[in-house]
Design a protein around this ligand. Structure first.
Ligand SMILES: [Zn+2]
Length: 461
């Protein structure tokens, strides 16, 4: 009997060992502990926050919880745990933060593959700043058909590179000569052809439907459109409408039929009113919206993504922009504070979005202090960047709160963000899908990865 069984032992032991190792790698339990916790939805912070993570999921959350025996403990001390931050308005494949004129010239000889390699750094910088999810609303390169945002999203999902979860819009959709026309401001026919739906440029309801279908075909998770003029474009006025109501209706209908949300770049009041009536999911910027239009948003449940950082950054170095853009930037900047206060007063749903790329990537959290500076309660600013964004992006089932069963996207900031909201700019711990991305200072290579980089592409803001 002994002789008969003996050869089996090593095999049995090996099988048991291998499965034990596999189980521990996949289901390693980690207990995160900090002096405070923001759970993404409560009206105040919870003292002595504890989050228990197993694999990529949160398995328990509470105050003063004792973690299971044998779990790995990460005690973050005098810090505040929060759901990973989200930014509903980024352009991770681009960087407009350098000199405007230099960039405009350099985009003509920029190799798009080179820009894609730079974007890998922007993605890492962003997630290391605590932004574990972004909605990336426009990635275009004049006279190029590349979908760099789709490639970036896929590479992150496959674990090839480190970055935030991305919902991408591909090129975005706009009118001929409008804010998204990549040839706007260049002499006619410089690029050999007028841009068409394959560049996101569409006119008339049918062509807009075609552009939506083309972008979804190529990997868009969300549809972005420019329905009014913009700041960083040379051939349009900042507040004029760029789509007719019939075009906006087609845009929203076709996107919603394909189960995609619609985010519209819009500064002007008339365009905003028509877009809200057409049923868009969010107004991006919204600078010149009158109180009646803001009230309409409240009634329809439309989100406002204020992107306060964008105008703030541009106005901070206004002399470096061409005079026409300076005037547009000043006008938008002067109008937006009252508009934002009106939105707060009326209880409009506010999402957190920054327009990262207009300013160097990784500075997204500066938006928090701008929001509270205009009267938003710090806890509401944190909600905007977590549960509100999750709702707008349609991913609340998965992320946005610290709750049992949610994906473990968790960050920590030093101290108490209710007394100093700028603590969000000093994120000290980042976990995405249960994996620790950083616990301590950011990696050296990411610091300044996008600082005033002049190389970029056509304007999207
Ligand atoms: Zn933008």
């Amino acid at each position: 009997m002994r002789i008969a069984y003996r050869p089996c032992y090593p095999t049995v032991i090996a099988v048991v060992l291998v499965s034990a190792i596999a189980a521990s790698a996949a289901d390693q339990t980690v207990v995160l502990k900090a002096a405070r916790m923001f759970d993404g939805k409560s009206k105040s912070l919870i003292p002595n926050g504890v989050v228990v993570v197993q694999g990529d999921k949160i398995v328990d959350v509470g105050s003063n919880l004792a973690g299971p025996a044998g779990a790995k403990m990460i005690d973050l001390g005098d810090a505040t745990l929060s759901p990973g931050f989200m930014d509903a308005h980024t352009h991770l494949t681009l960087d407009f933060s350098g000199d405007f004129n230099k960039r405009r010239l350099e985009q003509l000889d920029l190799n798009v593959s080179e820009q894609a390699i730079k974007a890998v750094g922007y993605a890492r910088t962003t997630v290391e700043a605590g932004f574990t999810t972004v909605r990336d609303v426009g990635s275009r390169f004049v006279s190029s058909r590349e979908f760099v945002d789709v490639a970036l999203r896929n590479a992150i999902n496959k674990g090839v590179i480190v970055g935030p979860r991305m919902l991408v819009a591909t090129k975005g959709i706009g009118a001929t000569g409008g804010h998204f026309d990549p040839t706007g401001g260049f002499r006619d026919f410089l690029f050999g052809r007028e841009p068409d739906y394959t560049d996101g440029i569409a006119n008339g309801p049918d062509e807009i439907r075609k552009a939506v279908r083309f972008e979804v075909k190529n990997g868009a998770d969300v549809i972005k459109a420019a329905v009014s003029g913009g700041v960083l474009s040379l051939a349009d006025e900042v507040d004029t409408p760029q789509f007719t109501p019939a075009e906006m209706t087609a845009l929203v209908d076709e996107s919603h039929r394909l189960r995609k949300k619609v985010a519209v770049h819009c500064h002007g009041d008339q365009a905003a009113r028509e877009a809200i009536e057409a049923g868009v999911d969010s107004i991006e910027h919204g600078s010149f919206m009158k109180p009646e239009t803001v009230a309409l948003m409240k009634k329809k449940g439309t989100f406002l993504t204020p992107t306060l950082m964008a105008a703030e950054y541009i106005v901070g170095k206004i002399e470096s922009y061409p005079p026409a853009l300076q005037a547009k930037a000043r006008a938008a900047y002067n109008a937006r504070s009252q508009m934002f206060r009106n939105a707060l007063k009326m209880g409009v749903k506010v999402s957190f979005g920054t327009d990262a790329a207009v300013f160097p990537h990784g500075q997204n959290a500066k938006e928090f202090a701008l929001m509270t500076g205009l009267g938003m309660a710090p806890i509401d600013a944190l909600k905007a960047a977590t549960s509100n964004d999750a709702e707008l992006l349609g991913i609340s089932e998965k992320v946005g709160t610290l709750e049992k069963g949610k994906v473990a996207d968790i960050v920590a900031v030093p101290g108490d963000p209710m007394t100093d909201i700028t603590a969000t700019e000093r994120v000290s711990f980042v976990m995405k899908e249960g994996k620790v991305i950083r616990n301590g200072p950011p990696t050296a290579q990411t610091a300044g990865a996008s600082a005033d980089d002049p190389n970029s592409a056509a304007p999207v803001d």
